[in-house]
Design a protein around this ligand. Sequence first.
Ligand code: KG4
Ligand code: ZN
Length: 346
Amino acid sequence: MTTVLAIETSCDETAVAIVNNRQVCSSVVTSQIPVHQQYGGVVPEVASRQHLETINGAISIALEEAELDWGKIDGIAATCAPGLVGALLVGLTAAKTLSVVHQKPFLGVHHLEGHIYATYLSEPTLQPPLLSLLVSGGHTSLIYVKDCGVYETLGQTRDDAAGEAFDKVARLLHLGYPGGPAIDRLAQEGNPQAFALPEGKVSLPSGRYHPYDASFSGLKTAVLRLVQQFEKNGQSLKVVDVAASFQETVARSLTKRAIACALDYGLSTIAVGGGVAANSGLRKHLQAAAATHNLRVLFPPLKLCTDNAAMIGCAATDHLNRGHTSSLTLGVHSRLALSQVMELYE
Ligand code: KG4
Ligand code: ZN
C-alpha cells in the first residue's frame, strides 16, 4: 500500500490530502472564494498570495487528521499543470522542498488526471476503460481513459468551459460569483422551455457538425442579447426562466455529446468530474439518457468533483506504484495536453 501527501494549488483552492492508494486518509480544502468574490472572479496574483499564506497550515492539518508522521509517507505530489502559473508554483515548490527535506520521491500531477482519479476514490474497484466527462470552470472535455497515464481527448469545448459559461451568464444576470450554484438554484423555479437558446455546434470542414466538441460562447451571447432586448423594450425578464433555459441547453449539449462518444467508442461507463458535475440539470439529463442506452454514469460526491488534493494523491499513488517519479527540475505549465502526462515522469 502506497501513501502519498498531495498538494493542489492550481486555481483558488489551497488543498492538501493524504491518500493511501484509493482511500482518503485526510483531505483539507481551503477555498479562496470569499476573497475573490469582491472582484467577480479569480485574480491570479491574489490567488498566489493566498496559497502562500495557507499552505503550511494545511500541510500540518492534513498530517494531524490522518494521524501520520513523515515516516509513513511514501511520496510527495503536487499539481504542476494546467493552471495559474503563480498559484501552481506555490504548491509545486512546497512539494519539492518536502521531498528533499524528508527524502521521499516527488511527483508532478496533471490536474485533469486528478479529476479523472476522483472517480476511483468513490468507486475503488472501478477499472479503465471508461469515458470521463470533465466539466469545470476551466475545462470541458470528453476523455477516453485507457490506463494510468494513457488518455485520448475525444471532445472538448472550442471556447468557454461549461463552468465559465455558467459564471459569465450569472454575472450578466447579477447573480454573483461563482455563478453555477446560483443559476442551478434559480433554475429549479423556472421554466426550462421559456426561451429557445442556441446549442453551440462546431462545424467540420465537411460541413457536418463535430459530434463531440462543444461551444458555449454563442449561448452566452444569446443570453446577453435576450437581457438587452428586454431592457430596451422596458420589459422585466423572469430571471428564473432564463436560468432554467440556459441550464437546460448546457445540460442537453453535454449529455448528447457524452452519450454519442460512449456509444461510438463502446465505453459502458461515463464518469463525470469537475464542479459542473454538481449541476442538477446535467445530472437529470445524463442519468436519464444513460439509462435509455444501458450505460453506467458515475457522479462522485461533490467534494471530490470540485478541486481537491485527494484526487491528485490518488493519481500520484497509481504512478508511484508503477515506478513513475518526477525530476526535481520539473516546472509548471499553464497548459498541457493530457496526452503529454507521461512526459512528467522519469
Ligand atoms: O472543478 P471546479 O471546482 O474548479 C475548476 O474550475 O477547476 O469548478 C468550478 C466551476 C465554477 O465555474 C462553478 O460555477 C461551477 O463549477 N459549478 C457549477 C455548480 N457548482 C459549481 N456549475 C453549475 N451548476 C452547479 N451546481
Ligand atoms: Zn479542477
